[in-house]
Design a protein around this ligand. Structure first.
Ligand code: ZN
Ligand code: ZN
Length: 139
């Protein structure tokens, strides 16, 4: 028996296949929106997100989502930078972080991982000391 669910976009009941949370119609519309936006940005580099939304009739939120997902990239050298790095606030063209922060974060993740590995080897007492020192600092 196919499972029936409500579409996340339009709320209509559809057959849930375990892949998408939106109905086929909205999925198709989403693809259309994406293509329209992509084409518009390609033809009008430098357009702001508001302009793009107005001209294409696609929600700003949706356009932002395309950009955040990295599916859409702002083209053109002088394009109005409409995305900000979530870490440092620098204008970026696509994704969530600027190149530097992305690199830092990747490094940080690796460091964090290595620290966790080392922590296991550390004697209990030293860890306790560090913990108390940190608590004192906060007071
Ligand atoms: Zn729908
Ligand atoms: Zn950054």
């Amino acid at each position: 028996m196919a499972e029936l669910r409500n579409c996340k976009e339009c709320g209509r009941v559809f057959q849930y296949t375990g892949i998408s949370k939106i109905c086929a119609r909205c999925q198709k519309k989403g693809e259309n929106d994406f293509n329209i936006v992509r084409e518009y940005i390609y033809e009008n580099p430098g357009a702001t997100i508001t302009e793009v939304a107005e001209e294409t009739g696609v929600d700003e939120d949706k356009i932002l989502r395309f950009l955040r997902e990295g599916r859409l990239e702002i083209v053109g050298e002088n394009s109005a930078l409409i995305l900000e790095c979530e870490r440092c606030g620098k204008g970026i063209r696509t994704g969530r972080f600027c190149d530097e922060c992305a690199q830092e974060l990747q490094k940080g993740l690796k460091d964090g991982f290595e620290k966790t590995m080392k922590k296991k080897e550390r004697p209990e007492k030293q860890r306790e000391k560090m913990f108390t020192a940190e608590r004192k600092k906060r007071r």
